[in-house]
Design a protein around this ligand. Structure first.
Ligand SMILES: [Zn+2]
Length: 176
């Protein structure tokens, strides 16, 4: 089967359309047996477990990845381990490339439209957008205006104070 995923560490083995979306079944490539993080003994294979993750859309349809990852077990202490896949964002149950694509679009599109396109829940889109906005608030610093403009604008039924930098035609700050 052609590698239509192009993700490191997994190979697609099947794909099918279902519920207005595409499911791609992939297997994690099996490497060497890991050592137990707690007692250092070599671990044993202990079955395979599928997990679902959202991925970037294909053919204008949401994509779900069903990834089968091996599980390992330590005979000494009973600890279980699953190999990590670098391209996954486990917190959002999605691939990192999908989260990146949503970050690029979430300030210019509605959360509902993005949820429909990607198959993710609206709340997941909202969380990704909030993380991005928090990051921008921490990292983006606005130049102090030399010529300041002040006006009000009605947003969501209430007037907000808008301060602009007239020299650069940018918003400087919005106040309640
Ligand atoms: Zn152990």
């Amino acid at each position: 089967m052609i590698d239509l995923l192009n993700l490191p560490g997994v190979k697609p083995v099947d794909y099918f359309s279902q519920n207005h979306g595409i499911t791609v079944v992939a297997e994690a490539l099996d490497g060497d047996l890991p050592l137990c993080a707690d007692c250092g003994k070599p671990m044993y294979r202990h079955g395979k477990r599928p997990n679902l993750f959202a991925d970037i859309p294909m053919q204008m349809q949401p994509v779900r990845l069903e990834i089968f990852r091996p599980r390992y077990r330590c005979d000494g202490c009973g600890k279980m381990a699953t190999p990590e896949l670098m391209f996954l964002d486990e917190k959002h149950r999605a691939t990192k490339r999908l989260v990146d694509a949503i970050r690029e679009r979430c300030l210019g599109m509605s959360f509902h439209a993005l949820a429909e396109q990607t198959g993710l829940a609206v709340n997941t889109i909202k969380n990704i957008a909030h993380d991005l906005i928090e990051e921008l608030e921490r990292t983006v610093h606005y130049e102090t205006p030399i010529i300041m403009g002040i006006d009000e604008v009605n947003i969501a039924g209430k007037y907000r104070c808008v301060i602009t930098n007239l020299a650069t035609n940018n918003i400087y700050q919005m106040l309640p």
